[in-house]
Design a protein around this ligand. Structure first.
Ligand code: MRU
Length: 351
């Protein structure tokens, strides 16, 4: 059965609460955009594409709330209230480009709709379209990326980039899945991904659901495996890719990319073209989310360090393009120089 992290009930958004997995499968019901913002900030829904889809629905919920408060509201006043909601949604988490992308797309659509009364319905249809499109894009990415998967050998991945991180199927995990579904057989290693354990909790769970055997390792064991020649390639997702291919992804990705290069192992990224931020010329311009320090010195409320300790908690890092052997998008595998190959992928995607 396919994992569905995000569903629309007809009136509300249903999110599989990713903070409770794998112990419990709990669905949270969201009827107000403010609750969607909270679910994104608290990581109940996470992963760049999943955050984007949630943000698109949050805009539709916001439009519904505005109409419910005043059904005779004029379009300018409607747009001004929607813009205020859009700003709050866009700020829920700063690094994943998909969030701002979805909010801008919905705001542009709202501005183009003739009367205020139609905005809510149009935004909902658009959110549903973005939702379905994401799954289709991920399957396409899997089709292109599976060629990079080895037959024999082993693949290492980081964080969670599967169905849970998207609307379905996944990005890097989707490529691994497509490799398996094409009949290739290889060992899969996945990191724990401190401090939220997206790898241990979510990726291991997804591989179990898919029947793909995977082996979990602590983040700091990856270098040893790479140096022992046990890994044929590394593949991760991305939260934001600058025009030159510099890639922001879960903290620890940069370390893996450098270690892969040191050991002559290809390092791939899988992400839809919507993750490319062509406005940024390099990764230096990517804003990195700094999360609360308690996530480092506590786990689910239990202390993991002495009281009073200081901690830093950058949620993402940037891998310079020179460490990246290829970027899988729904348009194919982009190769260096990325400035050209990513632009061409984006143009083809626009049609
Ligand atoms: O903090 P998270 O769990 O939202 O971080 C997720 C990642 O870094 C993923 O690798 C990225 O969003 C790509 S997911 C398809």
């Amino acid at each position: 059965m396919e994992i569905e992290p995000i569903r629309w009930s007809g009136e509300t958004l249903l999110l599989l609460d990713q903070t409770r997995l794998p112990a419990e499968q709990v669905t949270v019901e969201i009827g107000r955009y403010q609750d969607a913002v909270e679910a994104i900030s608290l990581m109940r829904v996470r992963g760049a594409p999943a955050i984007g889809v949630t943000a698109a629905y949050a805009m539709a919920l916001a439009a519904g709330q505005i109409s419910a408060n005043d059904d005779s509201i004029d379009k300018n006043e409607f747009l001004s209230q929607l813009r205020q909601a859009a700003e709050k949604i866009a700020l829920a988490r700063p690094t994943a480009v998909n969030l701002g992308w979805a909010v801008r797309k919905q705001m542009d659509l709202a501005e183009s709709v003739e009367s205020a009364g139609q905005i809510g319905a149009r935004l909902l249809l658009e959110a549903q379209r973005i939702h379905l499109e994401d799954v289709a894009i991920n399957r396409k990415m899997g089709g292109h990326g599976q060629e990079l998967m080895p037959d024999g050998g082993a693949v290492l991945t980081h964080c969670n980039t599967g169905a849970l991180a998207t609307a379905g199927f996944g990005t890097a995990l989707g490529v691994i899945r497509a490799g398996w579904e094409s009949g290739k057989r290889f060992q899969v290693y996945n990191t724990e991904t401190r401090p939220w354990l997206q790898g241990a909790r979510l990726t291991s769970w997804e591989f179990q659901q898919l029947g793909i055997p995977s082996t979990l390792l602590v983040d700091s064991a990856a270098g040893m495996l790479l140096s022992q020649g046990k890994i044929s390639c590394v593949i991760t997702g991305a939260d934001r890719i600058a025009a030159n291919g510099d890639t922001a992804n879960k903290i620890g990705t940069y370390t893996l990319a450098v270690l892969a290069r040191e050991n002559g192992v290809p390092f791939y990224v899988a992400a839809p073209t919507s993750t490319i931020d062509a406005r940024l010329s390099s990764g230096d311009e990517i804003q990195i989310e700094e999360r609360p320090p308690h996530e480092v010195y506590q786990f689910q409320g239990a202390p993991t360090a002495p009281p009073g300790i200081e901690a830093i908690n950058p949620s993402f890092d940037v891998t310079p393009n020179r460490y990246i052997s290829g970027i899988v998008t729904e348009m194919g595998v982009a190769r260096p120089p990325y400035q050209e190959s990513l632009m061409s992928a984006m143009e083809t995607a626009k049609g």
